[in-house]
Design a protein around this ligand. Structure first.
Ligand SMILES: [Zn+2]
Length: 245
């Protein structure tokens, strides 16, 4: 993982600003892993999320803070999670990039969906079209399958359900559920956790703090943005103490 400077991070957040959140998170991974643009968007979701958890830990440490609201009484819960606890052991997570299933009497190969697939599916007009797009992307039909079946994607409802369950089981890191209990009313519920949106929001707060520092130090000392950002975070904090004293 490349270690980026504060200026690099601010540039990266600017340049990825117009992307939808899941693809923006992927653009960050492409940059820190010095990969071709589009690399992270083509990873199975669980592999992408594992990389994002590692990036979260490298940038902000192993503790991750979350706020949840009890759906029954409205109480706010502050949660402190440890990044390693959110990681599914690697051998069970997304290790099968492709799987073979018998569906409607045919042996079909399919691959796990990636961020680009999910985003494109989410842009479809309705659930049926979204599902058809995912099937078309993920089912890897052999030439024989394609030749034999006039409408190879017309799977039965039961086959679609089984395929969807198999893809989900094959990539447990792709869907993290937190078991929560309200301390006020003892209501228990589960809530999905999305590391992509969590990391993007942590970076958005960080960039605001960083610009505040630039603003205060540039004004106090007449330094340029580049000069302020070239200081280490520790050194910036020591000057800020003096400015604010
Ligand atoms: Zn409650």
């Amino acid at each position: 993982m490349a270690s980026l400077s504060s200026a690099d991070w601010l540039d990266l957040l600017d340049s990825s600003h117009g992307l939808p959140p899941p693809l923006r998170a992927c653009a960050l991974l492409d940059r820190v892993w010095q990969a071709e643009p589009g690399w992270a968007a083509s990873l199975p979701l669980g592999q992408r999320d594992r990389q994002l958890l590692e990036l979260q830990q490298a940038l902000f440490g192993p503790q991750l803070e979350l706020l949840a609201i009890c759906p029954r009484c409205g109480e706010s819960l502050e949660l402190a999670l440890q990044v390693p606890e959110l990681m599914v052991p690697e051998q069970t997570s997304g290790s099968a990039e492709a799987l073979t299933l018998e569906l409607d009497g045919r042996l079909l190969r399919c691959r796990l969906p990636d961020s680009r697939d999910l985003w494109d599916a989410a842009q479809q007009a309705d659930e049926g079209q979204a599902r058809a797009l995912l099937m078309a992307r993920c089912l890897q039909l052999s030439e024989q399958d394609q030749a034999e079946a006039a409408a190879p994607l017309a799977l039965s409802e039961e086959a679609v359900q089984r395929l969807s369950a198999a893809l989900s089981d094959a990539d447990p890191q792709a869907h993290t559920e937190l078991a929560l209990q309200c301390p006020a009313c003892e209501h228990g519920w589960s809530e999905g956790f999305d590391i992509a949106s969590h990391l993007l929001s942590a970076l958005a707060s960080w960039s605001e703090r960083c610009l505040d520092q630039v603003h205060l130090l540039a004004r106090a000392y007449g330094w340029s943005e580049a000069q302020v950002l070239a200081l280490s975070p520790g050194r910036r904090a020591r000057y800020l103490e003096r400015v604010l004293a």
